[in-house]
Design a protein around this ligand. Structure first.
Ligand SMILES: Cc1cc2nc3c(=O)[nH]c(=O)nc-3n(C[C@H](O)[C@H](O)[C@H](O)COP(=O)(O)O)c2cc1C
Length: 357
């Protein structure tokens, strides 16, 4: 599966994630070996209206290539015009979001609503393809509206027949919540029916999961979403398995801390100190979610309102973890909460499931 010089069958993709895969996040993922990263979804209409926030989410740096941009929309003509604009900046892939189930998106018949109409998906891809020149077009699909209306074959075929270079299949339906496992069996079925490359997505949290998904389903490559939050190491570990058949194992605490601080400094550069604070806090919590002391860390971060303060908290937390100064916590419960909602610390019990694209 070739994108420019890159063979994606040997490398992983970083999923588009709203409010997460900003420039800082993508740079860190790339540093650790992500093969292809994506911007978060941006509205095609916003691109044409030169909306400031839309253009900000869309912006990428030349040194990020290969890079994908993800569009949200439902009108083939309008999406085609947005692709024409974006093509001027020469990303490597432009993807159409056919999976976001959030009400704000579906009430405009975008995102997962497109799944109801393979014909419309076909028209959108065809219009994108015409406008894109040499740039690859992809579609990020879910299995269907619900387990009673799975139509992934029709949608995948519509993408293939109208010129998509590859499809990404998130192996859940629009109705499925994130705490349920993605149904990988569908990936194998899609792979057997579709000629263009298929990228598998859903419930991949470790390098072993990547290997299992590839072995069990035959997908050409794998896209990582929640598994990359606070864990860019998943990319380097998988690359080592792919290249040398060797998993170096989870990172030591010093590497985690060094990376968390590097990530924070990038966020300050990207947003300025004031706006960066919330991004810093959530990413730092994700970096340490597998360690005792996470509850204390959350408490301290939430009470902090300066970038230097956050860096001090990280360093102190690092020392305490090394000295085993924290009492044991039920980290399985933290993991469960994280799977239900990635911003698990913001939710009062009981935790409700969230659903993004
Ligand atoms: C915080 C968050 C934001 C997301 N934003 C997007 C998005 O902008 N576009 C999209 O296609 N999917 C989005 N998704 C869905 C992911 O790309 C991915 O399909 C999903 O999380 C399933 O993979 P996982 O089970 O490995 O996390 C988002 C997911 C999360 C957790």
């Amino acid at each position: 599966m070739q994108i420019g010089q890159l063979d994606l069958s040997k490398r992983l993709l970083l999923a588009p994630m709203a409010d997460v895969t900003d420039y800082s996040f993508r740079e860190i993922a790339k540093k650790f070996g992500a093969g292809l990263t994506f911007t978060q979804m941006v509205s095609a209409k916003g691109v044409l209206e030169n909306d400031f926030e839309t253009l900000r989410y869309l912006a990428f740096n030349k040194n990020e290539k290969p890079i994908g941009v993800q569009l949200l929309g439902s009108d083939p003509e309008l999406i085609g015009s947005a692709v024409k604009e974006i093509a001027k900046y020469n990303p490597d892939v432009i993807d159409i979001n056919c999976g976001c189930p959030v009400e704000n998106v579906t009430k405009h018949k975008m995102g997962a609503c497109l799944l109801d109409s393979p014909q419309l998906i076909g028209k959108i891809i065809s219009s994108m393809k015409k406008a894109a020149g040499e740039i690859h077009i992809s579609a990020k699909l879910r299995l269907g509206g619900s387990d009673k209306s799975i139509n992934i074959f029709e949608n995948a075929k519509a993408a293939e027949d109208n010129g998509a270079s590859f499809i990404i299949v998130h192996a859940r339906t629009k109705k499925d919540k994130y705490d349920t496992d993605a149904d990988w069996e569908w990936l194998a079925k899609v792979k057997s029916k579709i000629k263009i490359p298929v990228v598998g997505n859903g419930s991949v949290f470790t390098p072993e999961d990547v290997v299992k998904m590839k072995e069990q389903t035959g997908v050409d490559s794998v896209m990582i979403a929640r598994g990359a939050l606070g864990n860019p190491f998943i990319f380097s570990r998988y690359n080592s398995i792919s290249d040398n058949n060797f998993d170096p194992g989870p990172p030591g605490i010093d590497l985690i801390t060094e990376t968390a601080i590097e990530h924070c400094n990038k966020l300050i550069r990207e947003y300025g100190e004031f706006r960066a604070l919330n991004f810093m806090k959530k990413n730092v919590i994700w970096y340490y979610r597998d360690f005792n002391g996470i509850t204390k860390l959350v408490e301290k971060l939430m009470a902090c309102n300066s970038a230097n303060g956050i860096i001090d908290i990280i360093n102190e937390h690092n020392d305490k973890i090394k000295l085993q100064n924290y009492p044991d916590e039920d980290l399985k419960i933290i993991q469960q909460k994280f799977k239900m909602k990635v911003l698990f610390w913001l939710v009062q019990e009981p935790v409700f499931s969230e659903s993004f694209g």
